[in-house]
Unconditional design. Sequence first.
Length: 366
Amino acid sequence: MRAAAILFVVFSHALWIFPEATGVLVDLLRLMGVMGVEIFFVLSGFLIGRILFRIFTKDSFKTKDLNYFLIRRWFRTLPNYYLALLINICIVFYFGRERPDSLWSYFFFLQNAVDGMDLFFTESWSLPVEEFAYIICPFLFYLALLFRFTISKEMLFLWITLFIIGFFISTKVIYNHNAPIGDMTYWNINLKAVVLYRIDAIYYGVLAAYISLTKPKVWNLKSKQLLLLGFILFITLHYIIGVKQLTIEKYPFLWNVFYLPFCSICIALSLPFLSKWKTSPNILLKPITLISLISYGMYLLHYSIILQLMRYFKPIENLQFDDKIIFVAVYLILTLVLSYVLYRVYEKPIMDIRDKPFFKKRFSKI
């Protein structure tokens, strides 16, 4: 899922090289780009949800376990993010462009907290959604412990998850009621890429994690049926949207409230099948594993850094179609190579620190 998600995003952004392109393939690539990030959200929620459920429901649970969870997540996400942010700032200075007034907010993941963000380091919009999702869940768990609810920890985990999903669906309902009717560009900036409306996307994955651990028989026995159901629902929705021309101008509730949660649920329905897929021929296993490992670096490097610098040094306006194909090939190769280098020399050494005994001993006592 992780490998597919990053490839969807990287290939969709190649459309920046073909601004004049139209047609079914272009629409499909744009949809892939949107769904790539949604896959990341659901998968991330599933993985952290399984971790948090085990932490929260064990008999020896202590708040320092949540502290250790957060420190590990930050070791995974923050170093790459801040490196990419600094590179983007250097690019702005190099190009002689004006720095965005909201630059300070990027250092605190506030660039799109409640409103659309500047056209700077645009792919970073998904990182605040992830970071705030990591914080909200442990915080509510800790708060629930203070109130000493009499229900079991398993049920408390479920109710907290459902509360978070319900809350952030309600923010979309409020947005739909108050926001002006705009086009898809406005929707993309002011709803799809705003933290206040998007954290539930991760918690559909958390809900799936709960089901996988508490209802293993259902999870395992119905995996193929759920995969097929998710695929049929996803295709059916987009077929109806296309045939009936359900535009955002005419059907704002569909797009503002229903569309993104529905897609997240369709993606989550694939998790039972994919979570059981343990083996594969090496010809598939090795490239998929590699792309998965370097996917975070690919996400941070490919667009605002690699593609932007390539277009600056090699403007595409006067390129012929054949030259643009070569341009795309170079873009993809650079993305893979530089992401691998980033992973080997920077990302992995930092993550390895998390597994050293002194680290766990030190941070689990916070």
